[in-house]
Ligand binder design. Sequence first.
Ligand SMILES: Cc1cc2nc3c(=O)[nH]c(=O)nc-3n(C[C@H](O)[C@H](O)[C@H](O)COP(=O)(O)OP(=O)(O)OC[C@H]3O[C@@H](n4cnc5c(N)ncnc54)[C@H](O)[C@@H]3O)c2cc1C
Length: 373
Amino acid sequence: MKDRIVVLGAGYAGLGAAKRAARRLRGTGARMTLVNASDRFVERVRLHQLAAGQRLPDLPLATLLEGTGVELVVARVTGIDPEARTVRLDTPPYTLHYDVLVYALGSGAEPAAVPGAREHAYSLTTADEAVRLGRRVARAQRVTVVGGGLTGIEAATEFAFTRPGLRVELLSAGLVGEGLSVRARRHIHRAFARMGIDVREHTQVAKIDPDGALLESGDELRADTVVWAAGFRVPELAAQAGLATDRHGRMLVDRALRSVSHPDVFAAGDAAAADRSGRPTRMACQTGLPMGMYAGEAVADLLTGREPRRALFRYVWQNISLGRHDAVTQFTRPDDTSLETVMTGRPSAAFKEAILRGTVWAMRHSGPYRPIM
Ligand SMILES: Cc1cc2nc3c(=O)[nH]c(=O)nc-3n(C[C@H](O)[C@H](O)[C@H](O)COP(=O)(O)OP(=O)(O)OC[C@H]3O[C@@H](n4cnc5c(N)ncnc54)[C@H](O)[C@@H]3O)c2cc1C
């Protein structure tokens, strides 16, 4: 076999896919190349900790790939030509040919739709952005976080936990933690009150300037740092290449995570929209890691003459950190809707920490275990 497999993106999904497929295809002659913008594995789920000034473990991809036979190319992907089956890169070797492609480029910050946000707000969805924000937060007296989703909640509480004297404000267009159970949201509000975080729900930001945020209501909020944490956006490369995507640019894949328009392309993680009975998969590490492993298995199935297996989508929980000593574990139905069962406080924080460490363990050991979603 002389198959060339190219995996784009070495996040939870891409690294998981590359290692799983390489393990299954060892000895077959298949060649596996993993392309990533940096030579480090970024634990995105801890970027709020980095922005709050905490140190994160250094995880070189070369170490995580040791003994796998996967070739790492550190470069930025600038285009895909599905007809020629090539990928364009911004540095040598500039072009890679593939027989099977795995698209796992993840996501970045959703650009703010309000004037001034691009120039004056900070985000924390990539390591570089988190470091830049961290430098700013270290000197700040007052930080405003925009976005009442999980990233905004984790960021606001991490800043307040790490810098107790810092004034932190959280703005949400709707409810904070929408979709979580009443018990989970009640616990989050108690944590905000304990940490002195000011919360404004149902609040729209109209403009951001160097001095803070102007609200639709006309109120002006003075802040020396505004953090934009209102959603993720995926790269446009799949849509630009003519691969079938949803309206957000996430690649549409079938139950085997195979592109619905190009059967030699698979996708996993934030950049893929696998259908779960009409609802796309949640953008989460919790989704991306098992999806990556399934994609790796499906690629190996395809190249060894088997029918690519179907990924099973079942959720169990969501973990939201509230600083280092508190958290909420929201238990969910398999379809990701919230139950009223929650775990809170130190047990939940310890559980979340164990899950995050387990995730890095899974990135080191691609083992044959079956992923849970
Ligand atoms: C602060 C924060 C906290 C979070 N907390 C949680 C949590 O508690 N639980 C949870 O489940 N999820 C959480 N998430 C979401 C989670 O991090 C993402 O859903 C997850 O990282 C997606 O995995 P992925 O592999 O699809 O993409 P990523 O982890 O984003 O990896 C994509 C990779 O592709 C690379 N890449 C992108 N574009 C290019 C290009 N053009 N060329 C080359 N390489 C490229 C990137 O450098 C990166 O290495 C959090 C996110 C943030 C920002």
